[in-house]
Write a protein that binds this ligand. Structure first.
Ligand code: FES
Length: 152
């Protein structure tokens, strides 16, 4: 789906910006927004390009760099950190052979940090694409990752 198709679904008002970015990034391969697309979105909404850029950089679920098919975001906020006796990030890094902010060579997984996912009482937590996983343990993380590997 091209950007024009996504834009046509939305009113030309600034309050549609986040929805447009979410929608387009979700359907686009490699799940990121380019400089040219920022210009096109700003033009469609008649807002400054800097406004689009500031929204992209503020929210951790947006990216201006190509990412993998599955985007893993590990909560880095304090409630999750203190509720855990495991290092979620290290376990995923070891399983996938990449570091945070990297993508696997087969373009299947990108690993990122995120701020609070809104389920602090059930930490540690992570999100893969649109799905949130809580009460993580080493075994649970490995099982979850193997589910996504099936669909590679
Ligand atoms: S601090 Fe991790 S989900 Fe809120």
């Amino acid at each position: 789906m091209v950007l024009k198709d996504v834009l046509q679904k939305y009113a030309k008002t600034e309050d549609q910006l986040i929805e447009i970015l979410l929608d387009y990034q979700n359907v686009k391969s490699n799940h990121y927004i380019t400089k040219e697309e920022i210009i096109e979105i700003a033009s469609y909404l008649s807002i400054p390009e800097s406004k689009v850029c500031s929204v992209l950089s503020f929210y951790t679920f947006f990216s201006d760099k190509p990412r993998g098919k599955h985007i893993i975001q590990v909560c880095k906020d304090v409630p999750c950190y203190v509720s855990s006796d495991i290092n979620v990030l290290k376990i995923i890094e070891r399983e996938l052979g990449i570091r945070v902010n990297e993508t696997t060579p087969n373009q299947q997984f990108t690993l990122e940090y995120t701020s609070c996912l809104g389920c602090c009482e059930a930490g540690p937590a992570m999100r893969i694409n649109d799905k949130i996983y809580t009460h993580l343990t080493a075994d649970k993380i490995k099982a979850i990752l193997s589910e996504y590997r099936v669909y590679m």
